[in-house]
Design a protein around this ligand. Structure first.
Ligand SMILES: Cc1cc2nc3c(=O)[nH]c(=O)nc-3n(C[C@H](O)[C@H](O)[C@H](O)COP(=O)(O)OP(=O)(O)OC[C@H]3O[C@@H](n4cnc5c(N)ncnc54)[C@H](O)[C@@H]3O)c2cc1C
Length: 354
C-alpha cells in the first residue's frame, strides 16, 4: 500500500550486484520511495570476465543491460556515472550534468585496482584488471609476451587464460595463491607451468612501464602487455565525497554509514566495520536482499536487519581450456566439473537480470 504524501527520494549509485537486486525488486521500493538510479548502461560481470576477454565466451555472456532492466521495472535511470556527492546537503551530480537531490543514498560502485603501480600516463600496453572491459587487450596476445603482476585469484585466472590462448606469460608476484589452500596452489602452479607460464613468486615489482616491468633488484622483465592484478581498493571519489578511504564507505552491520545514517553502501565499495570482508562478488550478491529489507524497514520505521557474512563460500577460478578450480574454505577441486559448475551458477545469476 503506497504511503500517503510525497515519498522520500532514494538515489541508487552504481548497478553492482546488490543494486541489480534492488532494481529487480523496484516495485516493492516504489511503494515507499521515489527511486532514481545513476549507473552506466552496462554491468560487466567478473565471473565471466577472463573468458570473455580471451574470446572463450561471447561478449554478451558477460553483461547485464542495466538500462533495459531499469526500464522494465519502471526505475528512473540516469545513464552515466556520479561525479559529485555531498552527503550533508544531500545533493549529487551525474556526468551528464544532471543535478540530483535525495533523502537516502545507496552506493554500490565496486572497486578499482590499487593505483600504486599504475603509471600516471598509462600506456595502452599496461592494463589494470578493472574496469573489466580493459581486459579485451588480452584477445590478440597469442605468441606475445604478457606479464601478469599479482598472484591473487584474478592474476592466476588471467595468467592461466592468457597462456591457454597462446600468450607467453610471466607471472610476477610477491606471493602466489594468497588465501588459497596450499594443495590448490601447488596444483595451479603445475597447471600454469605446463602451459609455459614463467612463475616468478617472491618478487617485488617497483614500476610497470610501457615495455618493461622493473623489479626491486633493478632487473627488468620485458612485455608487450602487462596486466595489473595487484588488488582492489575502493574508488577514490568516495574519499573526495567525505565517505571513507581506500577501504571503502564505513558501514555498520545494517550497511548504513555510522555518522550519516541516510548513506548506505554494499559490495566492494563498502568497508564492513564488524569484520573486514574480501572483495568478492558473493558479498555484494548476499547484501542485496539485506539492503532491500533495510530500506523497507526504514520506510516503516522498523529496525533494519544485519548482514551476517558467511565464513566460507564457493569460489571457482576459470583456468581456461575448459578447466576450473573450485575452492570452499580448505576444500578444493580442479578439473572440468569445476568449470561446468561455475558456468551453471553464472548463467543462472545473469539470467535473473537479462
Ligand atoms: C578479473 C577479475 C575476476 C574476478 N572474478 C570473480 C569471481 O569469479 N567471483 C567473485 O566473487 N569475484 C570475482 N572478482 C571480484 C569481483 O569483481 C568484485 O568483488 C565484484 O565485482 C564486486 O561487486 P560490486 O557489486 O561491489 O561492484 P561491481 O560489480 O564492480 O559493480 C559496480 C558498478 O558500479 C558502476 N560504477 C562505478 N562507479 C560509478 C559511479 N561513480 N557512478 C555510477 N556507477 C558507477 C560500475 O560501472 C559497475 O557497473 C573478480 C575480479 C576481477 C578483477
Amino acid at each position: 500500500m503506497p504511503d500517503a504524501g510525497p515519498r522520500p527520494r532514494l538515489l541508487l549509485v552504481g548497478a553492482g550486484h546488490a543494486h541489480l537486486h534492488l532494481i529487480d525488486r523496484a516495485a516493492e521500493l516504489a511503494a515507499h520511495y521515489e527511486v532514481t538510479l545513476v549507473a552506466p548502461r552496462w554491468f560487466d560481470y567478473s565471473g565471466t570476465a577472463s573468458a570473455v576477454a580471451t574470446g572463450d565466451l561471447p561478449t554478451e555472456a558477460g553483461g547485464v543491460d542495466v538500462a533495459a532492466l531499469a526500464a522494465q521495472h519502471g526505475v528512473r535511470h540516469v545513464v552515466g556515472r556520479l561525479v559529485d556527492l555531498d552527503p550533508r546537503a544531500r545533493t549529487a551530480r551525474a556526468d551528464d550534468g544532471s543535478e540530483l537531490t535525495f533523502d537516502v543514498v545507496s552506493l554500490n560502485v565496486g572497486s578499482v585496482v590499487d593505483p600504486a603501480l599504475l603509471p600516471p600516463q598509462r600506456p595502452a600496453s599496461v592494463v589494470p584488471t578493472k574496469p573489466l572491459t580493459g581486459l579485451e587487450a588480452l584477445r590478440a596476445t597469442a605468441g606475445r609476451r604478457v606479464s601478469v603482476v599479482g598472484g591473487g585469484a584474478s592474476g592466476l585466472e588471467l595468467a592461466a587464460h592468457a597462456a591457454a590462448a597462446g600468450a607467453r606469460v610471466t607471472l610476477l608476484a610477491e606471493e602466489v595463491g594468497g588465501d588459497l589452500p596450499a594443495g590448490a596452489v601447488r596444483r595451479l602452479a603445475r597447471c600454469l607451468r605446463a602451459r609455459g607460464v614463467a612463475l616468478r613468486p617472491g618478487v617485488a615489482v617497483v614500476a610497470v612501464g610501457a615495455e618493461v616491468t622493473i623489479l626491486a633488484d633493478a632487473s627488468e622483465v620485458p612485455h608487450d602487455l602487462a596486466i595489473l592484478a595487484t588488488g582492489l581498493v575502493a574508488p577514490p571519489e568516495l574519499a573526495r565525497w567525505g565517505l571513507g578511504d581506500e577501504r571503502g564507505v564505513p558501514v555498520t552491520a545494517t550497511l548504513a554509514h555510522p555518522e550519516h545514517p541516510h548513506v548506505l553502501a554494499a559490495g566492494d565499495c563498502a568497508h564492513f566495520l564488524p569484520s573486514p570482508l574480501p572483495r568478492v562478488g558473493v558479498h555484494g550478491v548476499r547484501q542485496g536482499p539485506v539492503l532491500l529489507a533495510g530500506l523497507l524497514a526504514r520506510a516503516r520505521g522498523e529496525q533494519a536487519p544485519a548482514y551476517r557474512p558467511q565464513r566460507r563460500w564457493l569460489a571457482v577460478l576459470d583456468l581456461g581450456d575448459g578447466r576450473g578450480l573450485a575452492v570452499r574454505g580448505r576444500w578444493w577441486w580442479e578439473g572440468r566439473a569445476a568449470l561446468w559448475l561455475k558456468r551453471r551458477i553464472d548463467r543462472r545469476w545473469l539470467a535473473r537480470y537479462s
